[in-house]
Design a binder for this molecule. Sequence first.
Ligand SMILES: [Zn+2]
Length: 246
Amino acid sequence: MRLADGVAVLELPFRGPMGVQGMINLTLIWDNDTVILVDTGFPGQLQQIREAVDWAGVPFDRLDKVIITHQDIDHIGSLPDIVWESPRKVEVLAHEEEKPYIEGRKPQIKANPERLAQMLAVMPEEQRRRMEAVFANPPKAGVDTAVSDGEVLPYCGGITVISTPGHTPGHICLYLNQSKILIAGDALVAAEGKLFGPNPQATFDLDAALKSLKKLTAYDIETVVCYHGGVYSDGANERIAELANG
Ligand SMILES: [Zn+2]
């Protein structure tokens, strides 16, 4: 879905851990100089991403930056493949705090053994084996550039980094200065045409996540892209303020 000049949401279907089909929403941002992908799906989605980028009218081979909102497997899954397969050097950007997890120097924060065992225990045999294989050898890739709160990345009309800890310690949202689009990562969730705060079950530190919502109220937001749930544009400022004060 094309959101603005040089901004498209790439909606990718996936097979979740419980075998249920769902959708995730990556964002592509581009101009004549730069092509940026925000988040990279689950492991094994390179081909889908390639097709979606081409569909947006941008040759995949022009991709030169990937910004990762946070370390979770559904956000960094195909990062190693993208970095490996791209004909040009792809610069990977993420918050400093997420770096060791994305690089595989620390186990992903939500992939602790108890949590994994719980999750795997309820899966059908075949899926369990697939997931065990993924977690035995989780995706990892080098982060070239650490970004920090308030930094404006000088690409595609300016991209403001908003540090929004909670879902993970180094979670970031991105604000596109020109189009007033907020790429929310997992700080906000959309469902059935409504916008909601972070999903408590998936959130590392809920208090911090709720505080982070307050930070978002400082921006004039016309459209929100939620990784889970897609695009929301029905009075975004008011709704975010409501959630932040709720
Ligand atoms: Zn997620």
